[in-house]
Design a protein around this ligand. Structure first.
Ligand SMILES: [Zn+2]
Length: 191
Protein backbone atom coordinates (compact mmCIF):
# COMPACT_ATOMS: atom_id res chain seq x y z
CA UNK A 1 0.00 0.00 0.00
CA UNK A 2 1.26 3.46 -0.84
CA UNK A 3 -0.10 6.97 -0.34
CA UNK A 4 -0.39 9.88 -2.71
CA UNK A 5 -0.58 13.61 -2.11
CA UNK A 6 -3.72 14.86 -3.87
CA UNK A 7 -2.15 18.29 -4.35
CA UNK A 8 1.37 17.66 -5.66
CA UNK A 9 0.94 13.96 -6.64
CA UNK A 10 4.02 12.81 -4.73
CA UNK A 11 3.75 9.11 -3.92
CA UNK A 12 4.91 7.84 -0.52
CA UNK A 13 5.63 4.23 0.26
CA UNK A 14 4.18 2.73 3.44
CA UNK A 15 7.56 3.15 5.22
CA UNK A 16 7.67 6.83 4.39
CA UNK A 17 4.19 7.70 5.61
CA UNK A 18 4.45 5.72 8.87
CA UNK A 19 5.36 8.91 10.78
CA UNK A 20 2.28 10.85 9.81
CA UNK A 21 -0.01 11.00 6.82
CA UNK A 22 0.88 14.46 5.59
CA UNK A 23 2.84 15.29 2.46
CA UNK A 24 6.40 16.31 3.36
CA UNK A 25 6.45 18.77 0.46
CA UNK A 26 3.15 20.61 0.73
CA UNK A 27 1.70 19.39 4.01
CA UNK A 28 -1.50 18.09 2.44
CA UNK A 29 -3.31 15.09 3.95
CA UNK A 30 -2.39 11.98 1.94
CA UNK A 31 -4.82 9.61 0.23
CA UNK A 32 -4.46 5.89 -0.29
CA UNK A 33 -2.90 5.26 -3.66
CA UNK A 34 -3.95 2.42 -5.91
CA UNK A 35 -1.01 1.36 -8.06
CA UNK A 36 -2.01 1.06 -11.69
CA UNK A 37 -2.18 -2.62 -12.50
CA UNK A 38 -0.78 -3.63 -15.80
CA UNK A 39 -2.46 -6.42 -17.70
CA UNK A 40 0.16 -8.92 -18.77
CA UNK A 41 -0.33 -9.78 -22.40
CA UNK A 42 1.06 -13.02 -23.79
CA UNK A 43 -0.78 -12.97 -27.08
CA UNK A 44 2.04 -12.79 -29.57
CA UNK A 45 1.77 -15.46 -32.21
CA UNK A 46 -1.18 -16.77 -34.09
CA UNK A 47 -1.72 -18.79 -37.20
CA UNK A 48 -3.82 -18.28 -40.29
CA UNK A 49 -6.17 -21.05 -39.23
CA UNK A 50 -6.35 -20.10 -35.56
CA UNK A 51 -9.85 -19.64 -34.24
CA UNK A 52 -10.75 -17.30 -31.41
CA UNK A 53 -13.24 -17.95 -28.66
CA UNK A 54 -14.92 -16.17 -25.82
CA UNK A 55 -15.71 -18.51 -22.92
CA UNK A 56 -18.05 -17.39 -20.13
CA UNK A 57 -17.09 -18.27 -16.56
CA UNK A 58 -19.43 -18.03 -13.58
CA UNK A 59 -16.95 -18.02 -10.69
CA UNK A 60 -13.51 -16.52 -10.22
CA UNK A 61 -12.58 -19.76 -8.41
CA UNK A 62 -12.75 -21.66 -11.70
CA UNK A 63 -10.17 -19.31 -13.18
CA UNK A 64 -7.76 -19.88 -10.31
CA UNK A 65 -8.34 -23.61 -10.06
CA UNK A 66 -8.47 -24.62 -13.72
CA UNK A 67 -6.48 -22.00 -15.56
CA UNK A 68 -3.87 -20.82 -13.07
CA UNK A 69 -3.18 -24.09 -11.20
CA UNK A 70 -4.05 -26.83 -13.69
CA UNK A 71 -3.58 -24.98 -16.99
CA UNK A 72 -6.64 -26.67 -18.43
CA UNK A 73 -10.21 -25.95 -19.33
CA UNK A 74 -13.07 -28.42 -19.67
CA UNK A 75 -16.16 -28.52 -21.83
CA UNK A 76 -19.28 -30.60 -21.47
CA UNK A 77 -20.38 -32.87 -24.28
CA UNK A 78 -22.90 -30.27 -25.44
CA UNK A 79 -20.73 -27.18 -24.98
CA UNK A 80 -20.84 -25.15 -28.20
CA UNK A 81 -17.58 -25.33 -30.10
CA UNK A 82 -16.47 -28.52 -28.40
CA UNK A 83 -15.87 -30.19 -31.79
CA UNK A 84 -14.27 -27.12 -33.29
CA UNK A 85 -11.60 -25.98 -30.84
CA UNK A 86 -8.12 -27.10 -31.73
CA UNK A 87 -4.48 -26.46 -30.95
CA UNK A 88 -3.31 -22.90 -31.75
CA UNK A 89 -6.75 -21.46 -31.14
CA UNK A 90 -7.02 -18.74 -28.52
CA UNK A 91 -9.68 -18.19 -25.91
CA UNK A 92 -10.54 -15.28 -23.67
CA UNK A 93 -12.51 -15.86 -20.49
CA UNK A 94 -15.42 -13.67 -19.50
CA UNK A 95 -16.25 -13.63 -15.78
CA UNK A 96 -19.90 -12.75 -15.18
CA UNK A 97 -20.41 -9.14 -14.13
CA UNK A 98 -16.67 -8.39 -14.26
CA UNK A 99 -15.32 -8.59 -17.78
CA UNK A 100 -12.55 -10.43 -19.56
CA UNK A 101 -10.24 -11.76 -16.84
CA UNK A 102 -7.92 -14.12 -18.71
CA UNK A 103 -6.84 -15.39 -22.07
CA UNK A 104 -4.80 -18.34 -23.22
CA UNK A 105 -3.71 -20.40 -26.16
CA UNK A 106 -5.34 -23.78 -26.61
CA UNK A 107 -2.65 -26.44 -26.82
CA UNK A 108 -4.58 -29.67 -27.33
CA UNK A 109 -7.82 -31.02 -28.70
CA UNK A 110 -10.40 -31.73 -25.97
CA UNK A 111 -9.90 -35.25 -24.66
CA UNK A 112 -12.56 -37.18 -22.83
CA UNK A 113 -11.53 -37.71 -19.22
CA UNK A 114 -12.74 -37.02 -15.76
CA UNK A 115 -10.44 -34.44 -14.31
CA UNK A 116 -11.11 -34.07 -10.58
CA UNK A 117 -10.00 -30.43 -10.14
CA UNK A 118 -12.70 -29.37 -12.58
CA UNK A 119 -16.02 -28.28 -11.14
CA UNK A 120 -18.44 -31.16 -11.82
CA UNK A 121 -15.90 -33.42 -13.62
CA UNK A 122 -18.61 -35.86 -14.74
CA UNK A 123 -20.37 -33.17 -16.71
CA UNK A 124 -17.30 -31.26 -17.88
CA UNK A 125 -15.31 -34.19 -19.11
CA UNK A 126 -13.76 -32.87 -22.32
CA UNK A 127 -10.49 -31.46 -21.10
CA UNK A 128 -7.95 -29.44 -23.06
CA UNK A 129 -4.64 -27.91 -22.09
CA UNK A 130 -3.84 -24.21 -22.10
CA UNK A 131 -0.58 -22.35 -22.62
CA UNK A 132 0.59 -18.74 -22.91
CA UNK A 133 -1.79 -17.92 -20.10
CA UNK A 134 -2.53 -14.38 -18.97
CA UNK A 135 -4.76 -13.91 -15.93
CA UNK A 136 -5.83 -10.49 -14.75
CA UNK A 137 -8.63 -11.11 -12.27
CA UNK A 138 -7.66 -7.94 -10.39
CA UNK A 139 -7.86 -5.88 -13.53
CA UNK A 140 -10.67 -7.18 -15.75
CA UNK A 141 -11.29 -5.65 -19.13
CA UNK A 142 -14.80 -4.29 -18.81
CA UNK A 143 -16.97 -4.72 -21.86
CA UNK A 144 -17.98 -1.09 -22.06
CA UNK A 145 -20.45 0.29 -24.55
CA UNK A 146 -17.50 1.81 -26.43
CA UNK A 147 -15.98 -1.65 -26.86
CA UNK A 148 -19.30 -3.32 -27.68
CA UNK A 149 -19.84 -0.81 -30.48
CA UNK A 150 -16.53 -1.82 -32.05
CA UNK A 151 -17.05 -5.59 -31.96
CA UNK A 152 -17.55 -7.40 -35.27
CA UNK A 153 -19.85 -9.77 -33.38
CA UNK A 154 -22.47 -7.04 -33.12
CA UNK A 155 -22.20 -5.58 -36.58
CA UNK A 156 -25.50 -6.52 -38.18
CA UNK A 157 -26.92 -5.64 -41.58
CA UNK A 158 -28.97 -2.71 -40.30
CA UNK A 159 -28.62 -0.17 -37.47
CA UNK A 160 -31.59 -1.42 -35.44
CA UNK A 161 -30.36 -5.03 -35.37
CA UNK A 162 -26.90 -3.74 -34.45
CA UNK A 163 -28.33 -1.75 -31.55
CA UNK A 164 -30.36 -4.74 -30.34
CA UNK A 165 -27.25 -6.94 -30.52
CA UNK A 166 -25.17 -4.43 -28.56
CA UNK A 167 -27.90 -4.07 -25.94
CA UNK A 168 -28.22 -7.82 -25.47
CA UNK A 169 -24.53 -8.34 -24.67
CA UNK A 170 -25.58 -10.37 -21.61
CA UNK A 171 -27.19 -12.92 -23.89
CA UNK A 172 -24.09 -13.07 -26.07
CA UNK A 173 -21.84 -14.11 -23.19
CA UNK A 174 -24.09 -16.89 -21.94
CA UNK A 175 -22.34 -19.53 -23.99
CA UNK A 176 -19.05 -19.99 -25.83
CA UNK A 177 -18.79 -18.12 -29.07
CA UNK A 178 -16.33 -18.02 -31.87
CA UNK A 179 -15.18 -14.47 -32.43
CA UNK A 180 -13.00 -12.69 -34.97
CA UNK A 181 -9.30 -11.95 -34.44
CA UNK A 182 -10.26 -8.27 -34.37
CA UNK A 183 -12.75 -8.88 -31.55
CA UNK A 184 -10.32 -11.10 -29.66
CA UNK A 185 -7.65 -8.40 -29.68
CA UNK A 186 -10.18 -5.81 -28.60
CA UNK A 187 -11.40 -8.00 -25.74
CA UNK A 188 -7.94 -8.65 -24.36
CA UNK A 189 -7.05 -4.97 -24.55
CA UNK A 190 -4.67 -5.08 -27.49
CA UNK A 191 -6.56 -2.63 -29.68
ZN1 LIG B 1 2.14 17.34 -1.61
Amino acid sequence: MSYICPRCNTIFSSEEYSQDKFCTKCDTFLKKHQEPRIRKITFTKHEEDSNYWIIPVKQAGSINRSIVKEKIWAYGTDTPGRNLIKPKDWACFYLSKHGIVAHAEILTYPRKMEHPPVNDPEKYNWVFKLGNISVYLENPLKISLTIRKQLDAFKKSDPLSTKIAIDSWGLFVQSNKQISLHDFKLLIGLQ
